[in-house]
Design a protein around this ligand. Sequence first.
Ligand SMILES: Nc1nc2c(ncn2[C@@H]2O[C@H](COP(=O)(O)OP(=O)(O)OP(=O)(O)O)[C@@H](O)[C@H]2O)c(=O)[nH]1
Ligand SMILES: [Mg+2]
Length: 286
Amino acid sequence: MSGKVEPYDKIGLFGGIGSGKTIYLTVLFRELSKGYDSKLAVKVDPYSSSYEYLEEKVKLLYERQELPRPTRPNECERIQFHLMYKRGAKKGERAFSLWTYDFPGESLENCFKPKNYLSLKNPEGIIETSEDSPLEDKDPSGTSQVPSQTSVRELIDEIILEAKGFIFLIDPFRQSKIDQDSLLLRIARAIEAGRSKSALLKTPIVFVVSKADQVFLSNQTIEEYIAELVPLTYSWQSFSCENVGFFSLYSLGKNIDVIKKGDKSIPKVPKNLQPKNIADPLEYFI
Ligand SMILES: Nc1nc2c(ncn2[C@@H]2O[C@H](COP(=O)(O)OP(=O)(O)OP(=O)(O)O)[C@@H](O)[C@H]2O)c(=O)[nH]1
Ligand SMILES: [Mg+2]
């Protein structure tokens, strides 16, 4: 085995509310199946539901220049793409698969709140859901099947147990730094709970700062910056894993216009998206 993962291994992707998961997955899908300069190309089964889901998001972003809405629990789409070598001796061969769900950050965070947290050793634990849970998608017709918090948790556990490596997407502008850090730490602990110490040591984990078009590092390395953004998760990895990568990327482009909405600045999707470093976290695994 030359890289950190093997061709049939799967890599999971996690990130909190608004960390940029949907946009990153969409841009990866679009760019790496076209001419983006990278060692890996994306291959998606055109008859899969991932393909349909991502094509719809590509249309939204690339043709209508609209940002996706926050992902809702009933949208939590399974995403699977294969990463294929584009060059060299292994050209055309599969490197690994990115296999995740486009998790709604809100559901992830609810599932990992201390009161709801089910350890993998206690899968029967009871989840409390409050009456006004934001996870209950209000459906006036009452006909749609909204996955409960428990079933989202099952999807999360599936990835946590089966993936051979992980990408943690970090929002540099997250209002509550502590919420983002504790979510990632709890996911990290669940990854740890499902593995032997030696398997954990060999599990590659990649920390990625999204929205780097708005980030200005002075004399700091990206690793130092990540250590500040998610201090608890950073210190967890420092004694748990051997293979840890630190990256930053942006999905939309540099110098994009922003529209002020109240106290929020919302990026304006440019006509030509010029994402940067989007393949780096994936290339770390090979
Ligand atoms: N400046 C900048 N902003 C970005 C970038 N990517 C995402 N954003 C902003 O972050 C917001 C959230 O991005 P999404 O991809 O919807 O985030 P998400 O992780 O899917 O969020 P949930 O579905 O709520 O979990 C977007 O609406 C943008 O405002 C980027 O590359 N640069
Ligand atoms: Mg989303």
